[in-house]
Write a protein that binds this ligand. Sequence first.
Ligand code: 7TS
Length: 415
Amino acid sequence: MDSRPEAEATTRFDAGAVRADFPILERRIHGRPLVYLDNAATSQKPRPVVEAMAAYYATINANVHRGVHTLSILATEAQEAARETVRGHLNARHAHEVIFTAGTTASLNLAAFSLGQLLLQPGDEVLITGMEHHANIVPWQLACARHGAVLKVIPITDEGELEESGDAHFTERTRILAFTHASNTLGTVNPAKHLVSRARQRGIVTVVDGAQAVPHMAVDVQDLGCDLYAFSGHKMFGPTGIGVLYGREEVLERMPPWQSGGEMIDRVTFQHTTYAKLPFKFEAGTPHIAGIIGLGEAVRWIHGNDPRAMAAHEQALLEHATRELLTIDGLRIIGTAREKVGVASFTIDGVHHYDLGTLLDQQGIAVRTGHHCTQPLMDRFGITGTTRASFAPYNTAEEVDALVAAVIKAVNMLR
Ligand code: 7TS
């Protein structure tokens, strides 16, 4: 192994100790050891998360914020303790700025519906970027259609970075800037703090899609200064079906509710309804209590495992993978930004990503293929899809080598 700093980080970090927390990594696929490199789609779950959810159902299952009975009080305490854990993780000022949702998609739909109603008039503009996931495109299209507003897009460069810093695309009609912190397809990390500060100078409300950032870097929402920040639990070692919309208190107070019903009200008559305080104004119905508890446990797991070392390890894997993949004839990395999370997307001349993904699976290697819910980005690069390997702290340099060897073998079969 060479002596580059990233290679040292790979060897110093004990991925083996982390792997021991993930029972699924011991299984075999088609008789081969599982090499799980589809972490941007969903991460695997450490034992403490699985156990915390099982313990909730086995010992304190009850509905929250309703009963005077002991189980309901215990369930409520566990849920609200998890909210406080998430608050600390994001360095939000208040726990009631953490809204639990079903995931990033639900968070962004809430944001687009509610902000649209609050802010958008005919002729106003919503600005997004050319690298957004469909979850940060379609809700804004719908909001624009409802209010007669216009969706504008910051273009991206051949490297997969934003063209200019976004400022040039602000106009006096821009009301909302919604952008991804890190791209699920390219890996690009956007200059979020810079974009937010420029937008705020103009009174533009900022919404950040943090689905691919929160699993890989420390996110401090106060330092970032954004109004809303969305992410999913399942990409950061937590369960599926749970996510977060962080919002600055002043902004959430002004936003009208999205979904409505039980638990989000203060007083209901047939003539008029007043709403509950934050965060409950945005949490209609029985929440995913086990999911919230599991998410809290996932955050605790991250902090118990040296997040900086895990991030450095992922960067080392990315650099190792990029270097080795590029030795393959006809392989092109899509997304060569200066700052990336651990995502390596690529195309290979004469090889369809679907065929490649299928042959990799035969060798026990899980990657994602296709457009990754970023069709406009595929159009921008003139491709129909990529093969994407995405890394987590439990991945190893040996797994990257297995990927590269398997790609070479598959390419030899396909060409
Ligand atoms: N935004 C980004 C940047 C994402 O990567 C994803 C999911 C979402 C939003 C939606 O998150 P969800 O949890 O509500 O589904 N991205 C991916 C992916 O890259 N492969 O599978 C899902």
